[in-house]
Write a protein that binds this ligand. Structure first.
Ligand code: ATP
Ligand code: MG
Length: 463
């Protein structure tokens, strides 16, 4: 019990904790509030059948079993949860014995995945409070938790969670909601509040700053002022987070249907520049206001697609984020005498390798990004067999959408984008007509000659 109380003290008031490290605990654990079934709106009919199976099976085997985290939060808001997370006092080995369809995963914290076809129910064991000296729990010099593998009780588990609204437990035993941190009240007022002292909690895991933005936007909640205050000063702690984890987090931030708002809020708190340093610097380059507009349109467009139930890909968004940095670099190279296509290729390589140190991108993503970028100048070639070949390129659709966005924001010729729109919709005869070299008096002699030569050259090669 002493360890738990020391832990409460540590996260609630770290300064006091240092001064009174060995003194008797001066604060006690806040009282728990139980909201009976009649006092909340979560009904079993909204819970996935597989999650219910897991909860009941654990309960039957003599263990405690709760839904926790995002699913409880979303159910209380009347939204459909993305997934259902279960927490229990059974340890991973005990969980494995109960479920045949179960796999143990995780290094930082071991948990069980129970598989039901495509649905996975994540079952975690309560996390313990532990002690900073404990070899199962390791902090680095900035106060970041590096290892955290101590099992505990629900009373300890709750203080490990980030926000009060993410720390509500739905108990399968009596269908009540268990609240240790005032999460229900924060739900009612729409407040996103970290549990404990905000600075300590952000230092423990700086990714919580990104999560704060993600949840504030997604839930439409206000970030509690005590939580938002330290973010600007602590933002740089995110440099210490592995680029792969930042990529995962950035995907959640930008592919959830609120990309534009998220972008604006991240910039407001000085967090965007850590995820996309080159993009941030390119935003400062004024070019008739167009670069900024392009990115905003791309984010807006992606949000609209998600709202319409269409897919959005990471490579398209990352292409949009990094297009201006690529274009700026390429223009500098062209000005120094480099050929256009080489300039864009080199610029793309440089920008991608720099971006990999912020959010490390999987190879298939960077390959697609390069394709979207390098197809852009090819849209200007509308004569001969090139257009029909471009149409069959696996990245045509994305590159065309990208072109349309550029055209809408002054970065490409709208007439070219419109032509491609028409070309795609046309039948074969019409397409052949559209790509025929122009004839007639209005075409200049020199131009016609050049076009003709080009065409015959490609015909000779049988392309
Ligand atoms: P989403 O709907 O996006 O999945 P979520 O709240 O379920 O939101 P997860 O990342 O799935 O978010 O995490 C599940 C729960 O685990 C959270 O609700 C929170 O209680 C806890 N949690 C996750 N990440 C952290 C973290 N970095 N620090 C503290 N608690 C965390
Ligand atoms: Mg979740």
């Amino acid at each position: 019990m002493k360890t738990i109380l020391n832990f409460f003290k540590k996260i609630i008031n770290p300064a006091r904790n240092e001064a009174e490290a060995d003194a008797a605990p001066a604060i006690s654990a806040p009282a728990v509030r139980i909201y009976a079934r009649a006092e909340h709106n979560i009904s079993r009919s909204q819970i996935s059948e597989n999650a219910l199976k897991v909860l009941y099976r654990l309960q039957k085997s003599g263990f405690q079993a709760y839904l926790v985290g995002g699913c409880v939060r979303d159910l209380l808001l009347g939204r459909e949860p993305k997934d259902f997370d279960v927490v229990t006092d059974a340890d991973p080995e005990q969980i494995r014995k109960i479920f045949r369809n179960c796999r143990i995963i995780g290094r930082r914290f071991r948990l069980a995945h129970v598989h039901f076809g495509r649905e996975i129910i994540e079952v975690a064991t309560f996390r313990g409070a532990g002690d900073a000296q404990d070899d199962k729990q390791v902090l680095n010099k900035e106060g970041r938790l590096l290892r955290d593998n101590v099992y505990g009780t629900i009373e300890e588990d709750v203080w490990r969670r980030d926000f009060t609204v993410n720390a509500l437990y739905y108990n399968i035993k009596d269908f009540s909601v268990v609240d240790y941190t005032g999460g229900m009240d924060d739900h009612k007022t729409g407040t996103l509040r970290l549990i404990g002292d905000p600075e300590t909690r952000f230092r423990e895991d700086p990714v919580r700053m990104l999560r704060a933005v993600r949840f504030a936007v997604k839930l439409g909640f206000n970030l509690d002022t005590a939580c938002e205050r330290p973010i600007h000063d602590l933002a740089e702690l995110l440099y210490g987070i592995p680029a792969a984890r930042l990529y995962d987090e950035a995907l959640k931030l930008f592919l959830s249907g609120y990309a534009l708002q998220t972008f604006e809020m991240l910039r407001h708190y000085g967090l965007f520049q850590i995820l996309f340093p080159d993009t941030e610097s390119s935003l400062a380059v004024e070019e008739d206001g167009f670069p900024k507009l392009f990115l905003i349109k791309a984010l807006e467009n992606s949000d609209n697609r998600i709202a319409e139930g269409k897919t959005v890909t990471a490579y398209f968004l990352w292409s949009a984020f990094l297009w201006e940095p690529v274009a700026i670099r390429a223009k500098e190279k062209i000005a120094r005498g480099m050929a256009e296509s080489m300039a864009y290729q080199e610029a793309a390589n440089e920008v991608i390798s720099r971006q990999n140190t912020s959010t490390s991108l999987p190879r298939h993503i960077t390959m697609s990004m390069r394709e979207v970028w390098t197809l852009q100048p090819k849209f200007n070639m509308r004569i001969g067999s090139r257009p029909s070949r471009l149409l069959t390129h696996p990245r045509f659709r994305a590159a065309y959408d990208f072109l349309v966005l550029r055209a809408e924001t002054g970065g490409a010729d709208p007439e070219v984008a419109a032509w491609w729109g028409q070309y795609q919709a046309a039948d074969e005869t019409e397409q052949r007509k559209m790509t025929r070299p122009p004839r007639g008096a209005q075409v200049g002699k020199a131009k016609r000659k050049r076009t003709y030569r080009k065409k015959t050259a490609s015909q000779d090669k049988g392309i």
